[in-house]
Design a protein around this ligand. Structure first.
Ligand code: FS2
Ligand code: SF4
Length: 510
């Protein structure tokens, strides 16, 4: 096998041999390559067709989603997807992995970006929202991966992936807000109340809504986990009294956190780690997520087995106090573009009056590397008159810290899930408009953390928008070759994180 799509890839070079660091077997890695090859074959045949059925788009988008890190470890379901593609030809992905490193790097940026974008397109489609421009781009860009193109031809396609991902995130934002209302600032407790409960993780709000409906009046409480936390802020979800709070922290702590709890866990998307035997019978997957011998809820979305498991386990006999990683008892969320833009006038005034000195967007994925405590330290050291916007699961490093307020606003504002990078971009664009300047001239810095492929498409979107001086960590992607990195450094001054002290000094002096 060969796979180097995520941040924890072996030796910062690539997972090879019998299994990846994530636990993906060589068999599954080969099947995922084959699935990708089938999707490239399918894309070549449909890329110039004006009309393509929704069923075909769904097969293509779901197929890409299944190959994201920590989504699907199940050979059988991947084989089923390959069969469903009915590809007229199957492209051999080894041709990409064995190409010269710069072409391989550019094609990887496009492919991994498309995989990330597919997750967002999938969630939007689940709510009935599709965008034909986004769909057609999947086919055009996948087909290009199977063509013999030069670096000069591939580079614009890399940026185009970022441009289309912005459209895709806008579509998902529209789908989420039209379905569930605009997020409102919300405080979320971390204590688990006594009695039966279910933990829901992943990004799919529709699955959560369906589960809330099926569990109301059953004496079962629902707790979010990981990227599901921002669900508490949507009026149409927060109205359920049994949506009680948030359990645990980010994905890489799940094996420890799920080990002893008297409750089942539903995975709606990544990030699933191989479940330990101690809790494997309490794990349920749905949608494109799958793991061998783990119970799967099919597209009919009948959550009865999960509900029965919750009732059988019974939960805690007394309220169970839990804290975030810094000892906090609650977290906040819901500071999406709607809230911030409603208060844009006050924010601009506070900046002009010198009350708010700087904005930091500290966001992205969490992960297991020890160096990731950089983000906790960075946030702790930000000036007291600055605001930290955050999003995605990296926020669990610091979202339980009480940093107080500045000019009447909380110093930490959680914008939402990783796809809510769209919200953060809207906020940045609105501030630039209010100050009549370029986004790069704002007192705003991007300090990002990456792990999987959704972070790749978001990074490409930021580059497409011309955002400069992004700091990226905990390490740079293995699939970016030295020459491609040089292009990104020359054009966008992107760079690796160093120490919180040094980086803060650098960012505050710009
Ligand atoms: Fe975090 Fe994992 Fe959101 Fe990523 S829960 S690394 O999927 O997409 O962020
Ligand atoms: Fe390795 Fe990451 Fe690929 Fe898993 S997804 S095999 S950890 S590079």
């Amino acid at each position: 096998m060969f796979c180097f799509q995520c941040e924890q890839t072996a030796g910062c070079k690539g997972c090879m041999g019998k299994a990846g660091v994530c636990g993906k077997s060589a068999e599954v890695a080969h099947l995922q390559d084959q699935l990708t090859g089938a999707l490239i074959g399918l894309s070549k045949s449909i890329k110039d067709q004006e009309t393509v059925s929704d069923a075909v788009w769904n097969i293509l988008i779901d197929g890409l989603f299944m190959t994201i890190t920590n989504v699907n470890f199940d050979a059988e379901s991947i084989q089923k997807q390959i069969d469903a593609v009915h590809a007229p030809s199957i492209y051999d992905l080894n041709q990409v992995w064995k190409y010269n490193e710069d072409i391989r790097s550019l094609k990887s940026l496009i492919l991994f970006g498309l995989r990330g974008m597919a997750a967002y397109a999938h969630h939007a489609a689940m709510l009935g929202y599709q965008d034909q421009e986004v769909n057609h781009f999947f086919a055009q860009a996948l087909a290009a991966i199977g063509e013999d193109l030069s670096g000069d031809e591939l580079l614009p396609l890399v940026l185009k992936t970022g441009e289309i991902n912005l459209k895709c995130m806008a579509l998902l934002d529209q789908a989420n807000t039209e379905s569930y209302g605009n997020p409102v600032p919300t405080t979320v407790p971390l204590t688990i109340e006594k009695g039966p409960f279910i933990v829901v993780t992943g990004h799919d709000l529709k699955d959560l809504k369906l589960l809330l409906e099926q569990t109301k009046d059953k004496g079962i409480n629902i707790y979010t986990h990981g990227e599901m936390l921002p669900a508490h802020a949507y009026p149409e979800l927060k109205k359920y009294a049994h949506l009680k709070g948030n359990f645990g922290t980010a994905w890489q702590n799940q094996q420890k956190e799920f080990d002893q709890i008297p409750a089942p866990i539903l995975f709606t998307t990544n990030c699933l780690m191989p479940p330990r035997l101690s809790y494997k019978d309490r794990v349920f997957t749905t949608d494109v997520v799958s793991f061998p011998d783990v119970q799967h809820i099919d597209e009919k979305k009948d959550f009865t087995p999960l509900i029965e498991k919750a009732l059988e386990l019974g939960g805690y006999s007394e309220d169970h106090e839990m804290t975030g990683i810094n000892g906090g008892h609650e977290v906040t969320t819901g500071f999406a573009h709607n809230f911030v833009l409603d208060h844009a006038g006050e924010i601009v005034e506070a900046v002009k009056a010198g009350k708010i000195s700087h904005f930091f967007l500290v966001g992205g994925c969490d992960g297991a590397k020890a160096g990731r405590n950089y983000y906790t330290e960075f946030v702790k050291q930000t000036p007291k008159d600055s605001i930290v916007l955050t999003l995605a699961c990296g926020k669990y490093r610091f979202n339980d810290l009480d940093l107080g307020t500045v000019a009447g606003f909380p110093r930490i504002m959680d914008v939402g899930q990783c796809n809510d990078a769209y919200s953060a971009i809207q906020i940045a664009v609105a501030l630039a408009k209010a100050f009549d300047c370029d986004v790069n001239e704002l007192p705003l810095s991007f300090v990002l953390s990456w792990y999987e492929q959704k972070a790749v498409c978001i990074l490409l979107t930021l580059l497409h928008l011309g955002i400069k001086n992004i700091l990226l960590g905990p390490s740079l992607p293995a699939f970016i070759s030295p020459n491609v990195l040089q292009v990104l450094v020359d054009q966008y001054q992107i760079g690796p994180i160093s120490t919180p002290e040094e980086d803060l000094k650098k960012l505050l002096s710009k």
